[in-house]
Design a protein around this ligand. Structure first.
Ligand code: PDD
Length: 278
């Protein structure tokens, strides 16, 4: 078992993988990414992740360096070569390598790199205990639907949360609308109905988010995608956040307000069971 990277079309150990100083990802954050984790050794919802990768590429007018089935083959081979029980696959595609200049050459070749690291089950005690989140001002751009590697606001706000002893930060607009966490989508439950902000240009349409909404439909749980206020989130019966790396984490505190008596609620627990077991 070892951490490996895919770079220049070959697999090497992670400690030997370097990108050129003129990579536009390094210079400008000019690139896109995906994070896929395995369940029972198989990449979970890979088709959905790769389709979103294509949508992000199209949105920034970047030609993907491989077909989606080509990506699948590299990912499956990397998972096998790394040899972990469960793997976290990070895929990054940048515009390419050329001397720093804001505009880019039309024939620039995109630079594809991947890393394969162990995916420990995300602190399982957090799922049982629940997490606390802070609210932060929405200071991001208006194309958060693109999975861009430019994540400075997300990093700054996540750091602020962690330094205050919280696990995540939730972006809230000046009008009091909730958007999403720094690396998670948000949901709340009121009177057994799931509410979540719409998948427009203000949030990343999480693959986990879509999976949960589909599962809710299958299990007959009512759900609504609409603009949600912070005020109603604070008064909700249950709140949870989701992502590929955490699945679902119940939220038990937002800033100083406790949610659901500081205990993960029954519907959050039931929805968590919709994920296949590791
Ligand atoms: N982030 N919103 C943002 C801003 C995210 O960065 C992510 C995921 C999500 C959830 O998306 P998904 O369910 O497809 O993982 C929502 C990944 C995990 C990351 O940056 O590490």
């Amino acid at each position: 078992m070892q951490e490996i990277a895919y770079i220049n079309s070959t697999f090497i150990t992670l400690d030997r993988a370097f990108v050129p100083i003129n990579d536009r990802g390094y210079l400008f954050a000019d690139g896109i990414y995906e994070v896929i984790v395995t369940r029972n050794g198989k990449p979970f919802l890979i088709k959905e992740h790769l389709e979103r990768l294509k949508r992000s590429a199209d949105a920034i007018l970047l030609q993907l360096p491989s077909s989606l089935s080509g990506f699948s083959k590299i990912i499956e081979r990397g998972i096998k070569e790394a040899g972990f029980r469960e793997t976290m696959v990070y895929i990054q595609i940048t515009r390419g390598v050329e001397p720093r200049r804001h505009n880019y050459s039309a024939d620039l070749k995109a630079n594809l790199t991947m890393t394969f690291r162990e995916h420990p089950e995300y602190e399982p005690q957090l799922t049982l205990k629940g997490v606390s989140i802070i609210t932060v001002p929405e200071i991001r751009w208006s194309r958060c639907d693109i999975k861009s590697i430019a994540l400075l606001p997300n990093i700054m706000m996540k750091q602020r949360a962690v330094e205050k002893g919280y696990q995540e930060a939730l972006f809230v607009t000046e009008e009091g609308l909730i958007r999403e966490g720094t690396a998670t989508n948000i949901f709340f439950i009121k009177d057994k109905v799931i509410h979540t902000p719409p998948a427009d240009q203000h949030i990343l349409n999480g693959i986990t988010r879509t999976y949960i909404l589909q599962q809710a439909t299958l299990h007959g749980i009512e759900h609504i995608e609409r603009e949600c206020t912070l005020d109603e989130t604070l008064k909700a019966d249950e709140v949870f956040i989701t992502s590929s790396t955490v699945d679902l984490l119940p939220v038990i505190k937002i800033d100083e307000t406790t949610i659901a008596n500081s205990r993960p609620g029954p519907l959050s627990k039931a929805i968590k069971e919709f994920f296949p077991k590791h």
